[in-house]
Design a protein. Structure first.
Length: 132
């Protein structure tokens, strides 16, 4: 377990455990997984498909679907559900605080931009003070 593969394996198993508890495998998820496989097969080509699975460490297509594709779809759905349920908190915590510098010779545009930046800074200070 000290190797990188050991850590990756543990993270994969924990992820699989969590998503299986939170997001049950539905017919829609199975359909989405099959659509993904069909698209991947057309990219890899049918002739190279078994070799691709073997290189990826899977014995067959079903194992790849069950252990990789479905878990990935479940993880995406879990992330989406989490963001939807916690959107307001996440929005406050991860509010963009980046300003791009640009030049303009139009003083009206410059004034509007400066006003927006000032409002953003004030909003950021308000959020920071609320957290403390």
């Amino acid at each position: 377990l000290k190797s990188q593969m050991g850590v990756t394996s543990i993270i994969s198993k924990v992820t699989e455990y969590i998503v299986n508890k939170e997001i049950p495998v539905t017919e829609d998820i199975k359909k989405e997984a099959q659509e993904y496989i069909d698209g991947l097969k057309s990219t890899v080509s049918e002739a190279n498909w078994i070799g691709f699975l073997n290189v990826m460490g899977y014995e067959n297509e079903q194992q790849y679907i069950d252990e990789r594709v479905i878990v990935s779809i479940q993880a995406t759905k879990l992330t989406t559900a989490y963001v939807n349920e916690n959107y307001d908190d996440l929005k406050e915590e991860y509010q963009v605080r980046k300003v791009q510098i640009f030049q303009t010779s139009d003083s009206k545009v410059a004034g509007e931009v400066q006003e927006r930046v000032q409002k953003m800074l004030e909003s950021s200070r308000t959020l920071t003070s609320k957290k403390q």
